[in-house]
Design a protein around this ligand. Structure first.
Ligand SMILES: [Mg+2]
Length: 425
C-alpha cells in the first residue's frame, strides 16, 4: 500500500513580468533602467521617427529588436500625470517604484527609458504561461496576470524531491513556450508556498517542508506573510514582534486580545505555518471593470466628445473582457474620480444578464445621468457586476420567448442635475 501523499502546493510567480514581456520584443533594453507606465502604446510613433531618421531602410514591427536604444523615449521628456506601473531593478535603485508619478520619477532617474503599458500583450503572455501549466498540472488557481497556485499533490513528479522535479518541468516548459522565466516555491500549503517563491528569484525553485518552518520561515520579518500589511506590521513591531518566529511565540489569547478574535487567530495559525485553503481552479470573478485616468482633467460639457469616445471604448473593453472569459452580468456601474480626488460610483441593475457593449453603454449612460458632473474628471471607469457564466445564464432562462425581447430597465432615479448631463455621452 502506498502512503497518502503529503500535500504539496506550489506558488509560481513570473519574474519581472511586464518588463520581461517587453524585453522579448526589445532585447536591446535588457539591463537598462526602464519604466513602464503612462499613456497607451503608440508604437507607430517610434517607427515613424525611425523612418524619418533612416529613410534608407525599411522599418516594420518585425524590426523592433533593431531599434537603437537612443531612439526610445526617456523619462525626462515625459509630460503628463501618468504613474509608474512597474520599474526595472536598475531604475528602482534610483528610488523610483510602482504608483509613483512619472514626472516625479523623472527627477530621480531622468535617463530611464519610458515604455507605455501594453496590457494586451501582457495578457497574451499570461494566457500562454497559464495554459502551459494547466497542460501539466490541471489544478491551478489564477491569482492575477503573473502568478498562480498549483496543487502538486497528485501530479506525477509532484512529490519527487519535495516537488522540485515537477517545478523544474513547469519552469522549462514555460521558458520554451514563452521565453520567460519564473520562480516557484513548493510547500505544504499556499501560505508557505507564497513565501517560498521569493526565496530564489529570479528563475529559482525553493522547496519548503513542514520541518523547515523554524529554520526557513521563522527568521523572516512578519511582512513576508501574505495578509500582514504595513499597519498590522507596525502594530506588531510596537509590541516588539518583528519576525514570524517572534509572532509564533505569542500565545493565542494575547493575539486575540490585541488584534481581534478573527485576525488574532489567523495570525497565530499563520505564524505556525498552518493554512488549509484549497487551490481553487475556477475563481469566479465578482465583477469586471475597465477604467482610465486622463492625461488632463476633462469636463463633461467642454470635453464632451472626448469623454464620449473614451466612455464607449471602456464599455466595449469590458464587454470584450466578459465575452472572452465567458461571463455575463446584470449590474452595470460607473466610477468617477474628480479633480479633488473624490470618488463617486453609481450602478444600475437590469433584468437579464448581458455582455452586449451597446446595452452596457446605454445603462452606464443612465448611471452617468445620476452623477453631478460639475467638477472636472480625472478618471472614468465602467464596471459590470453580478456575473454568471454565460452557459449558466442561458440555462436559467426559463422562457426564452419572454427574455429575448427588449431588456427591461429598472427606473433610473432622476436627479436635479439631470439637465446638465441629459444629452451628454
Ligand atoms: Mg511577478
Amino acid at each position: 500500500m502506498s502512503p497518502t501523499p503529503s500535500r504539496r502546493i506550489a506558488h509560481l510567480d513570473m519574474d519581472a513580468f511586464y518588463a520581461s514581456v517587453e524585453w522579448l520584443r526589445y532585447p536591446q533594453l535588457r539591463g537598462l533602467p526602464m519604466v513602464i507606465g503612462g499613456a497607451r502604446r503608440r508604437e507607430d510613433d517610434l517607427i515613424a521617427r525611425l523612418k524619418a531618421a533612416h529613410p534608407e531602410r525599411e522599418w516594420t514591427p518585425e524590426h523592433l529588436a533593431e531599434i537603437p536604444v537612443d531612439f526610445f523615449p526617456l523619462l525626462r521628456d515625459y509630460v503628463g500625470r501618468g504613474v509608474i506601473t512597474t520599474a526595472t531593478y536598475p531604475a528602482r535603485q534610483f528610488g523610483i517604484g510602482s504608483a509613483m508619478g512619472l514626472m516625479k520619477a523623472a527627477k530621480l532617474c531622468p535617463q530611464a527609458i519610458l515604455l507605455p503599458v501594453d496590457f494586451e500583450q501582457y495578457r497574451k503572455y499570461s494566457r500562454m504561461f497559464k495554459d502551459t501549466i494547466r497542460d501539466i498540472a490541471p489544478l491551478m488557481e489564477d491569482r492575477g496576470v503573473d502568478e498562480v497556485y498549483i496543487d502538486f499533490t497528485d501530479v506525477p513528479g509532484g512529490q519527487r524531491d519535495g516537488g522540485r522535479v515537477l517545478a523544474r518541468l513547469i519552469q522549462k516548459s514555460i521558458a520554451s513556450v514563452t521565453g520567460l522565466t519564473c520562480s516557484i516555491g513548493v510547500a505544504p500549503n499556499k501560505l508557505m508556498a507564497k513565501m517560498a517563491s521569493e526565496f530564489n528569484k529570479p528563475n529559482g525553485i525553493s522547496i519548503v517542508r513542514e520541518s523547515d518552518l523554524e529554520t526557513m520561515i521563522w527568521p523572516l520579518p512578519c511582512r513576508k506573510i501574505n495578509g500582514i500589511g504595513p499597519k498590522a506590521d507596525e502594530r506588531l513591531q510596537s509590541h516588539g514582534v518583528r519576525t514570524i518566529g517572534e509572532l509564533a511565540q505569542r500565545d493565542l489569547p494575547w493575539l486575540m486580545a490585541n488584534f481581534g478574535k478573527t485576525y488574532g487567530a489567523w495570525l497565530h495559525r499563520a505564524a505556525h505555518g498552518r493554512d488549509d485553503r484549497p487551490v481553487v481552479t475556477e475563481s469566479e470573478p465578482v465583477s469586471m471593470s475597465r477604467e482610465t485616468t486622463f492625461e488632463r482633467d476633462l469636463h463633461a460639457v467642454h470635453d464632451r466628445s472626448t469623454l464620449s469616445t473614451i466612455f464607449t471604448r471602456l464599455c466595449e473593453q469590458v464587454a470584450s473582457d466578459l465575452a472572452r472569459k465567458g461571463y455575463v452580468g446584470k449590474t452595470i456601474g460607473i466610477k468617477l474620480r474628480f479633480d479633488d480626488f473624490k470618488i463617486m460610483t453609481r450602478d444600475q441593475s437590469i433584468e437579464t444578464h448581458t455582455a452586449d457593449p451597446k446595452l452596457i453603454r446605454q445603462v452606464a449612460g443612465l448611471c452617468l445621468k445620476r452623477a453631478d458632473l460639475s467638477r472636472r474628471l480625472r478618471l472614468l471607469g465602467v464596471r459590470v457586476g453580478s456575473l454568471v457564466k454565460l452557459d449558466e445564464a442561458n440555462k436559467s432562462v426559463q422562457n426564452p420567448k419572454e427574455k429575448t425581447g427588449e431588456v427591461l430597465l429598472s427606473a433610473p432615479k432622476s436627479a436635479a442635475h439631470d439637465t446638465l448631463t441629459r444629452d451628454l455621452f
